[in-house]
Design a protein around this ligand. Sequence first.
Ligand code: DC
Length: 224
Amino acid sequence: MNASPIAVIAIDGPTASGKGTVALRVAAALGFHYLDSGALYRVTALCALDRGIDPRDGAEVTAMATDLPVSFAGARIELAGVDVSEAIRAETISQYASVVASHPGVRTALLERQRAFRKAPGLVADGRDMGSVVFPDARLKVFLTASAEIRAQRRHKQLIEKGFAANLGAILQELRSRDARDSSRAVAPLQAGAPDTVLDSDGMTIEQVVDAVLERYRRVVDQS
Ligand code: DC
């Protein structure tokens, strides 16, 4: 095996599949670092809007993403020194993040930034192309999924808890159109996971999903 000495657990999956929460908890349980790759696309979208750049303009957004002044301090995400951890979760930013993520240049510009998170003793990386593109040699790949209805309910609850206005029907509709855009885009499209990586979380609690991922990881470690 040509496995890198630093283990990566890649948790891919569609938006609002719960992968962020699960990845964070798995990282905490193992004492690993954590990469929220979606946050990078969200910050890119926010930065474009702040600077008056059209998110659909691939060339301009790519140039901007190359020098994106983003920094991570634990759960806190800063753009040019300003805490944007909450602002990037707004539904408008979700939509724009999906648009900026469809530009090949933007994805390339953010690639090395993501790989730099791979540090001892290990990394849990969350995002739809973690196992397929960013860390193809990940020790464990999990494709976390859930039905669109369950994901819409989770996103709705999350937004309400954070004090954002939210409408369940509208979220479900937007989620479906985002899934369609993310699945049909030319670069790093959202793909169904390989059968042995899929973990369907419908009907499972977060704790059960976290335990299932940890159990899969233990099996991989035991086999090596
Ligand atoms: O997971 P999220 O909702 O925070 O992701 C925001 C957007 O960025 C979403 O439309 C998918 C996209 N994204 C991506 O294309 N590749 C990633 N590795 C992570 C997110």
